[in-house]
Write a protein that binds this ligand. Structure first.
Ligand code: ATP
Ligand code: MG
Length: 311
C-alpha cells in the first residue's frame, strides 16, 4: 500500500503586478511512497521540498496534478487526523513549557484528554525530553526545540509523518538520537517523509530517496541505486600487472587507472568494460572480481545537480 502518491504535481507561485512574476516551485512531480518506509526528499535551497509537503498537507493548493495521502485526496480534512507534521523553522510560544506545548497541540489535533497525558509521557521519553517538560521553551536549545517539535508531530499517533528538516541545528549526538527515533517509528509501522539537506544523515536512515532541483524530480531510488555508478568499476587482479598491459591500455586510450588493488575502469558502457577485461586476459592477468564503484550520496547528489546547471 502507498502512504502517499502524487502524479504530475505542479505549483506555480504568482506575485508582482498582475501576478506577472511566476515561480515554478514544482514541475510535474510524481512520487509514490510505500507504507512503513522512511522516504527522504533531498534538494538544494529553493528546490521545492517545503512546497511539496505543504501541498500534501493541503496547506497550499497545487496548480496542477493530483495527490493522495493514505489513499484519500489531500483536501479531505479527516485524513489529516492520521498525519503528523513538523514544519521547518517552527516556533513554539516561548512562555509555554514543553508539556504545555504538547497539551495544546494534542488538543488541537483532537486527542482525547484521557489519552493525552499518557501519550505526552511516552513521546517526551521517546525524544529524550522528559526532564525538561516543566521548563519553558525559551530556555531550550535549538536541538531541544527540534526534539520537542518531533514529539509534537507525533502527538496524534499518526500513520504518516512529514518532517521538514528535523535535524536542523541539532548536534551530532542529537542527530543520532533522532535517527534512532525515526527507526523506532518505522519499526512501529509508521511512514516517515523527511525533507533534508543533510545527505550523510539521509543516507543512514532512508529506505528510498528522491532528488529534487528547481522543482523537477531528478531521480528516485534506494540509497544503493543512487550511489552505485555504472560508469566506474574496480577490477580486482591477482599478482603484479605486466608493463606491456599498462602501455597498451594507455595507447588504446582505455580509461583505466592502476592501483595496488587492481584496475579501475572508467567506461561508457558494458562493451567498454569488456574491452578492458579482454585486454587484461590477453596479458594473462587473473581477474578476481569486478565491482561497480560506490560513491557517497553527497557525491551522487552534487553530480546530479551539477548536470542540471546550464553551461
Ligand atoms: N508563498 C510563496 N510565494 C512565492 N514563492 C514562494 C512561496 N513559497 C515558496 N516560494 C518559492 O518557491 C520555490 C520553492 O520553495 P520551497 O520553500 O518549497 O523550497 P525548499 O526546497 O523547501 O527550500 P529550503 O531548502 O530553503 O527550505 C522557491 O523559489 C521559493 O522562493
Ligand atoms: Mg524548505
Amino acid at each position: 500500500m502507498h502512504a502517499l502518491e502524487c502524479e504530475q504535481l505542479t505549483k506555480v507561485y504568482r506575485s508582482g503586478i498582475r501576478n506577472k512574476r511566476e515561480i515554478r516551485a514544482l514541475q510535474e512531480v510524481s512520487i509514490a511512497v510505500e507504507s512503513g518506509q522512511i522516504f527522504s526528499l533531498l534538494g538544494p535551497n529553493g528546490a521545492g521540498k517545503t512546497t511539496f509537503v505543504k501541498i500534501l498537507l493541503s496547506l497550499t493548493h497545487p496548480t496542477g496534478g493530483r495527490a493522495l495521502v493514505l489513499d484519500r485526496p489531500v483536501t479531505e480534512s479527516r485524513v489529516r487526523r492520521r498525519v503528523g507534521y513538523l514544519p521547518e523553522n517552527h516556533r513554539f510560544p516561548a512562555y509555554l513549557t514543553g508539556e504545555q506545548v504538547m497539551m495544546s497541540f494534542g488538543s488541537l489535533a483532537g486527542v482525547h484528554r484521557s489519552a493525552l497525558s499518557g501519550r505526552i509521557d511516552q513521546l517526551l521519553t521517546l525524544v529524550g525530553m522528559q526532564e525538561w517538560r516543566k521548563v519553558k521553551v525559551r530556555k531550550y536549545s535549538k536541538g531541544m526545540m527540534q526534539r520537542l517539535g518531533l514529539a509534537q508531530a507525533l502527538v496524534n499517533d499518526p500513520e504518516l509523518v512529514f518532517l521538514d528538516e528535523p535535524t536542523d541545528g541539532v548536534d551530532p549526538v542529537g542527530r543520532k538520537e533522532i535517527r534512532d527515533v525515526l527507526r523506532n517509528l518505522r519499526e512501529q509501522g509508521k511512514t516517515i517523509f523527511l525533507n533534508s539537506h543533510l545527505l550523510s544523515e539521509v543516507e543512514l536512515v532512508s529506505d528510498r530517496v528522491a532528488i529534487l532541483d528547481k522543482g523537477k524530480l531528478l531521480k528516485v531510488g534506494t540509497v544503493e541505486e543512487l550511489t552505485t555508478t555504472e560508469s566506474s568499476y574496480t577490477i580486482g587482479c591477482q599478482g603484479p600487472l605486466p608493463d606491456a598491459l599498462r602501455t597498451e591500455a594507455d595507447a588504446r586510450v582505455l580509461g583505466v587507472t592502476f592501483s595496488a588493488e587492481g584496475v579501475v575502469a572508467h567506461v561508457a558502457d558494458p562493451a567498454a568494460l569488456n574491452a578492458v577485461i579482454d585486454l587484461l586476459r590477453k596479458h594473462g592477468v587473473l581477474i578476481t572480481s569486478v565491482t561497480p564503484q560506490r560513491s557517497t550520496l553527497e557525491e551522487s547528489f552534487i553530480n546530479l545537480i551539477k548536470r542540471e546547471i546550464p553551461s
